[in-house]
Design a protein around this ligand. Structure first.
Ligand code: AVJ
Length: 305
């Protein structure tokens, strides 16, 4: 008996065009490579969001209020939570992540930095709906979803996720979310195809992870990184393109790829702010306030029911 993700991966590989979910980027090496991406000169989202939080910190803090229960889906290293906790002094922090081991460590570190705060780690996947512990302090809940992670979801899935977050926030809470905005194509494409080739390594590394998960025999050297902006869909697409005809085998199956054939590995949607606010409204957030950098490249949005 295989795990469900096994079947999901093989189903994606068997499609035409083939696809691999971006969630498989983040094995240990993939997480390190992503960390390196956030420091690349071309990759503006992380530092731009950070600069917005720094510049408008006091305003954002007044808008969201202090003493809340802060909930961060996909908290990972809790690096961004640390910045926000310094600004809004939450009473309680709940970090949620699929890989709970790593999360437990980083939540402990965060708790040590903010001794008055009740810091908790919760294993779970927000896209499937999470169940919060029932002994949380009675306080308004702020859901924090930074980094433009929402961009990985197509609009209907993004809406479904925003509805989950609306339910978590309840009627007296809110959402603080980072979104990457549309901009000059050359800027977008450079951010996903950097000169040092770190994003290329990040993309190709997914194959090693898939090999470990399903026992396939992908060879990194057979594939090249492709990233481009799809204007109609307003999204960056990342693909792996076969350099020559390739056969890939795994226990119980195989697939051939022609030279130039691609595996779609990621979408990163860039929502114009007004379109994103429409999605928020459809998800049940009737009020929204946004802060942007001077170039209008990224926005931090506070949404309330
Ligand atoms: C983590 C999904 C926000 O879309 O910018 C970075 C992932 N992929 N470079 C993004 C990513 C390639 C990133 N997100």
């Amino acid at each position: 008996m295989h795990e469900p993700r096994h079947a999901e991966i093989i189903e994606g590989l068997s499609r035409t065009p083939a696809r691999i979910s971006p969630k498989y980027f983040y094995d240990e090496r993939g997480s390190q490579l992503f960390e390196a991406i956030t420091q690349l000169p071309e990759y503006y989202p992380t530092r731009t969001e950070h600069a917005i939080l720094e510049q408008y910190g006091p305003e954002i803090a007044r808008a969201v209020g202090s003493g809340c229960t802060l909930i961060e889906p996909g908290a990972g290293s809790c690096a961004k939570a640390a910045v926000l906790c310094g600004l809004i002094a939450p009473r309680c922090f709940v970090g949620v992540d699929i890989s709970a081991d790593y999360l437990t460590e980083s939540v402990q570190r965060l708790g040590a930095r903010f001794p008055g705060m009740d810091a908790r780690a919760l294993g779970g996947d927000i896209t499937r709906g999470i169940h919060l512990p029932d002994d949380l302090p009675v306080a308004p809940r702020l859901v924090f979803y930074p980094g433009s992670s929402i961009g990985n979801f197509d609009p209907p899935s993004a809406l479904a996720l925003l509805r989950q977050m609306r339910a978590l926030a309840r009627s007296d809470g809110g959402l603080l979310i980072g979104i990457d905005l549309p901009k000059e194509v050359s800027v977008l494409e450079a951010a996903y195809d950097d000169a040092q080739g770190v994003t290329a390594q990040f993309n190709i590394n997914v194959l090693a992870h898939i090999n470990r998960l399903i026992g396939s025999d992908f060879e990194a050297d057979d594939w090249q990184h492709r990233a481009f902006f799809n204007t109609e869909e307003s999204r960056i697409e990342m693909h792996l393109e076969a350099c020559a005809p390739v056969q890939v085998r795994w226990p119980g199956g195989a697939r051939t790829f022609a030279a130039g054939e691609r595996i779609h590995t990621e979408n990163s949607y860039k929502y114009p702010l007004d379109r994103f606010c429409d999605l928020l409204a459809q998800a049940g957030f009737s009020r929204a306030r946004a802060w942007q950098d001077a170039r209008g490249w990224f926005a931090v949005v506070h949404a309330q029911p």
